[in-house]
Design a protein around this ligand. Sequence first.
Ligand code: NAD
Length: 486
Amino acid sequence: MTVLNEAAARFGELRMLIDGEWLARGAGGAQPVTDPATLQVLGELPLAAGGELDRAVHAAHAAFGAWSRTPAIERCRLLAQAAQLVRERAELIAHILTLEQGKPLAESRGEVMGAAEIFEWYAQESRRLYGRVIPARQAHTRHWVTHEPVGPVAAFTPWNFPALTPARKIAGALAAGCTCVIKPAEETPATALELARACMDAGLPVGVLNVVFGHPADVSGHLIRAPQIRKITFTGSTAVGKQLAALAALHGAKRCTMELGGLAPAIVFDDADIGEAAAVCAASRFRNAGQVCVAASRFYVQRQAYPRFMEQFRAHVAGLKVGNGLAADTRMGPLANGRRLDAMPGFIDDALQHGGQVAAGGARHEGAGYFWQPTILADMPDQARAMSEETFGPVASVAAFDTLDEVIERANGVPYGLAAYAFTRSAATAMAVADGLQAGMVGINTPAISLAEAPFGGVKESGYGSEGGTEGLEAYLCTKFVAHRA
Ligand code: NAD
């Protein structure tokens, strides 16, 4: 069997994982999973109803005691083994990912290896959950601080990174000693199921990880209300994140990590390497067909460099071959679902009405799937929708600027604050943007801001809390202070 056939066959056996049991059917019915490049149905996904969600919560609750007391070195061994299995199966998982999500195979391979690295990072970091001793005020007294796992976690992940995002939440929670009920996106379930399979094959005890699907609002409402669930972690849109955070506050003042939308500015100064900046900006904007929360989206280019930047940016975009992600020469796949495709014309029309120009693309791309041409909107005024709302598609908006202070103010002038980028050879300018930009992550002359060992998260309406780095583990830990007088 070829790896593609094997990947396709996995969609014939989509399951939920509840209390160690792989369930082919759910009381909530089923829904089709579709290939966004061909619109062919890949398989039928079972959906949970209330009873199954309760079972998953009880399983996570029942498993929590033993898992939270499992020695860190054993949790480490298990997560490292899961990482190893994901690596060994990377080619299969990458094909599954491209089939259900659409991104080019090369991107899927990179994402799966990144997911394995996240498991490995958390495996190692689970051995370093140190506390501290505070000098006591009296004799015969000890004061110390420890960190304890917060409890069973409910996790919700979207469809744009079906391997990376579940990996961050599953590995972070498990490394800290928490158990987990995760609801990956129903549009891209099979990749997350492969991560769960790797965990179970590595020897994860029954109930520590549960995977459910269903109607998103019903599932999140049910899980967040469950008293046994102590932590909510969500990646997705700002609108949904606000609703889930409100529910979490109402039903038990539960801890939250919210990784929400972004609209990253990329500022290109006159003194930058313009060719390099244009290449990095194009790669950032059109990766995964623009469906990346940290993608550079609003490009502010200093006036003198503007024509040169545009010329090189357009040249990069002209070289982007659009097609089925399974084809070796494809550089950009389809959008992941019809909603994104339907949203694109509105951004283009609005840009034209506000005086913007279509410098490349701007229309559907041929093919049965959800294809949209890589699009550049030039001379964009700040009032245009694409300058203040996430397009979450392959649309780059470019505008000119004159001064540092002006561009920082414009870059900060949206409710989002996830990532931001700048390109300059001046150390002083680099410091000024690093200090001045309101963002959780800033890349200067580099797009590489998503690393297993570094905190990943936003400010303002892009959410709060970090995933990755030591901060990613803190998100799943409570702090306890103990004073002991002998
Ligand atoms: P959406 O808000 O309907 O869904 C986003 C994700 O959240 C999906 O995976 C969906 O299944 C899930 N979701 C929706 N309602 C939910 C609920 N009540 N409870 C739990 N999960 C829920 O939007 P969409 O059309 O799927 O995606 C479009 C927008 O979502 C984009 O414009 C972007 O802002 C945002 N998004 C952000 C990220 C990210 O990485 N931060 C990822 C995907 C989508």
